[in-house]
Design a protein around this ligand. Structure first.
Ligand code: IPM
Ligand code: MG
Length: 371
């Protein structure tokens, strides 16, 4: 298969983790005889610095003319309290809106090798396998905004149309059909009109998927259930802001936010990005976990039906976790295991699973040739 991939590394640790994802994709291309070509463009703080805009027109154009987009991270502290209207995050939000990437899919799994690493108890998280469907182009993120000039008042409007709800709900139900056939809608229907519309529309639409059971949780209760009993969830369906918050919380199950990938899908375009931010303090230090970016590349492969290829990437990731070839966020403090070395191991395993097995299965961290 030939794929033209737009690469938007973005800010902070974005470039270093994206480089590792590309290494994994290149190894896959070689092994499975595909042709992946990459073109890079700026987004976020780097784009503001260079071009004055967090999403330059050339970047958007490149995205529109590519088969898929691989995105790194966005945000820089120098813009945190920036007066005026330009912020790096606007680049990502504008891209989501312009490309109509309305469904953000965030899988959350407890990796066997990391069960004791999570701050949550092993027996609570063993076997957790959740797929979060977060609406990505509506809600309070994109409603009318207003700040009074004298700074005495600000407002963000939360809006949803029935159509915006239905298109992502269909995807969530379809996903549930291929899984454990359960959808949980997370909302705040005891308070918000938008949530009541979500409940009404999702309840109506559930009739087309009689095999799938549907239940509802208020977001405050859901936040508690996520750490009390996460195994109860199969597919979570939720609006933009609740999905942002719940997915960061869910990352605790895996043991690090550096592990969680995501896919943002629309009718015409698809973007793959780790859920973590730009982690500016870690930039260039080689401590950023590349696994979320690498697993996002695996989601890209799945999106194009390359399931065996995606599985190979996931196996390589699991092997690296099992062997403790991981960055310090996973508790293994070995200064020589850098972002790059984790990426090297994973690409190497993809190319030579047999050899890697032989070389790595009994190693003591630090004694291998590639570490
Ligand atoms: C995410 C991020 C973004 C969001 C930020 C960077 C705008 O937190 O993708 O979860 O809030 O959607
Ligand atoms: Mg977030």
């Amino acid at each position: 298969m030939e794929l033209k991939i737009a690469v938007l590394p973005g800010d902070g640790i974005g470039p270093e983790v994206t480089t590792q994802a590309i290494k994994a994709l290149n190894a896959i291309a070689l092994e499975f005889d595909h042709k992946f070509t990459y073109k890079q463009a700026d987004i976020g703080a780097v784009a503001i610095d260079k071009a004055g805009s967090p999403l330059p027109d050339e970047t958007l154009e490149l995205c529109k003319t590519s088969d898929a987009i691989l995105f790194g991270a966005i945000g820089h502290p120098k813009y945190d309290n920036a007066e005026g209207s330009v912020r790096p995050e606007q680049g990502l939000l504008k891209m989501r809106k312009e490309l109509e990437l309305f469904a953000n899919v965030r899988p959350v799994k407890a990796f066997e090798a990391l069960l004791d690493h999570s701050p949550l108890k092993r027996h609570l998280i063993k076997g957790v396998d959740i797929s979060i469907y977060r609406e990505l182009t509506g809600g309070i993120y994109f409603g009318k905004k207003e700040t009074k000039e004298d700074g005495s008042y600000a407002s963000d409007l939360c809006e949803y149309s029935a159509e915006e709800i239905e298109r992502i709900a269909h995807l969530a139900f379809k996903a549930a059909m291929g899984r454990r056939k359960k959808v949980t809608l997370i909302d705040k229907a005891n308070v918000l009109d938008t949530s009541r519309l979500w409940r009404k529309k999702v309840t109506e639409l559930a009739k087309s998927y009689p095999e799938v059971s549907l239940d509802f949780l208020y977001v405050d209760n859901a936040a508690m259930q996520m750490i009390l009993n996460p195994r109860q969830f199969d597919v979570i369906l939720t609006e933009n802001m609740f999905g942002d918050i719940i997915s960061d919380e869910a990352s605790v199950i895996g043991g690090s936010i550096g592990l969680l990938p995501s896919a943002s899908i629309g009718k015409n375009y698809a973007l793959f990005e780790p859920i973590h931010g730009s982690y500016p303090q870690a930039t260039g230090q080689g401590i950023a976990n590349p696994i979320a970016a690498i697993l996002s590349a695996a989601m890209l492969l799945e999106h194009f039906g390359l399931f065996e290829e995606a599985e190979t990437v996931k196996e390589a990731v699991e092997r690296s976790l099992k062997l403790g070839i991981t960055t310090p966020d996973l508790g293994v403090k070995h200064e020589r295991i850098t972002t790059e070395k984790v990426g090297d191991f994973i690409a190497d395993f993809i190319s030579n699973p047999e050899d890697s097995n032989r070389n790595f299965s009994n190693i003591h961290i630090g004694q291998s040739t590639i570490i």
